[in-house]
Design a binder for this molecule. Structure first.
Ligand SMILES: NC(=O)c1ccc[n+]([C@@H]2O[C@H](COP(=O)([O-])OP(=O)(O)OC[C@H]3O[C@@H](n4cnc5c(N)ncnc54)[C@H](O)[C@@H]3O)[C@@H](O)[C@H]2O)c1
Length: 331
């Protein structure tokens, strides 16, 4: 079976493709014989994230909004896993055009072509941010969508369009909503890689507001495992939350990063809070656990230590990226 993966020159998509190829494409259902990656190589995508010499992988440099290109690729695809997106909240606050275009129009372009060519399965990768800020308790898949940032609103719109293609046309669409990912190969603009690389460079850490915003941390490999369980064992038309099980305030996270890098609080600079900053996200992922056997396998302390070590050992990966495009602040 040929799999089309969008956005796999980025952080999570590339981890998904690396993992799939390392396992030889095996899983429940038809084995993956070939992976085609479609990626526009925006500031967030880099070919150095992928083993492009692998004969089981074809890389196509292009835009998910390009209907003609998408049509050609979809003709050959058995299944689709859709990661491509504009993904940084701060950038959506300074300019939302690319978010609406890629996240909403791009997803629609993919769905139209998938329907036209009878693609077997379409996994749409979404986010817990669509539920908005949750002061207490956890969001199940049935919670109302209440997104606050332009990023989250564009993801909520694309989720609903994706689900409508199942409900209206019967296309086998499955939606995942995960919490904050961390791990190697993450563009150094989001809090963990930004803070690690700043510490490695002797720079300050810009901590938003009072630092008491709570995020649940999910290792990228656990997320990819969850996405593949949804692709291979999930049910059409269903939404699956994927959590990491480690909820921390940004202040607590900062303390752990300082400790891991042998630095102290004098390196932290409090900056004005992000506009509309969601206080807390918390997904309930019982459905993925009970139905698919999903469990996050990475211990957070060990995963964070490995991530710090990866950035320490791979300066040549992140230094040029960081130099090229930074907006300041962190997720
Ligand atoms: N990173 C997280 O913590 C997180 C959490 C929840 C959900 N998600 C979702 O997971 C998915 C992947 O996130 P990520 O962190 O890997 O993002 P990323 O920003 O690292 O990568 C996005 C990739 O999409 C590509 N892309 C962007 N616009 C495109 C277009 N128009 N056509 C083709 N390719 C395009 C980029 O070049 C890049 O390679 C996104 O849909 C995101 O909303 C991410």
């Amino acid at each position: 079976m040929r799999l089309l993966v969008t956005g796999a020159a980025g952080f999570i998509g590339s981890a998904y493709v690396r993992g799939l190829l390392a396992r030889g494409g095996a899983g429940r259902g038809p084995a993956v014989s070939h992976v085609t990656v479609l990626d526009k190589l925006t500031y967030a995508g880099t070919l150095s994230n992928l083993e492009t010499a692998d004969p089981r992988l074809t890389f196509v440099h292009g835009d998910i909004c390009d209907a003609e290109l998408v049509d050609t690729l979809m003709k050959q695809a058995g299944q689709v896993v859709h990661f491509a997106a504009e993904s940084h909240v701060d950038r959506s606050i300074t300019g939302a055009d690319a978010f609406v275009r890629t996240n909403v129009e791009g997803t629609h372009t993919l769905l139209e072509a998938a329907l036209r060519h009878g693609v077997q399965r379409f996994v749409h990768v979404s986010t817990d941010e669509v539920y908005g800020s949750v002061e207490t308790g956890t969001s199940p898949e049935t919670a109302p969508l209440d997104p606050n940032s332009p990023y989250a609103a564009s993801k909520a719109a694309s989720d609903l369009i994706a689900l409508s293609y199942h409900r209206t046309h019967g296309l086998d669409v499955r939606v995942t909503r995960c919490s904050n990912n961390y791990g190697p190969h993450q563009f150094p603009e989001k809090i963990i890689p930004l803070f690690i690389t700043n510490l490695l460079d002797g720079e300050d850490l810009p901590l938003y507001g009072d630092g008491l915003h709570v995020r649940d941390w999910l290792h990228v490999e656990d997320h990819c495992h969850g996405v593949d369980l949804v692709r291979t064992k999930g049910r059409p038309g269903e939404i699956y939350n994927i959590g990491g099980g480690t909820a921390l305030t940004n202040r607590e996270l900062t303390g752990r990063l300082l400790e891991a890098c042998g630095a102290d609080w004098s390196r932290v600079r409090h900056v004005a809070d992000r506009k509309g900053h969601d206080r807390r996200y918390a997904v309930r992922d019982d459905k993925a656990r009970e139905e698919l056997g999903y469990r996050p396998r990475h211990d957070f302390a060990a995963g964070l230590a490995e991530t710090v070590a990866w950035y320490r050992d791979n300066r040549s990966w992140w230094e040029p990226l960081k130099r090229s495009a930074l907006t300041g602040g962190a997720r």
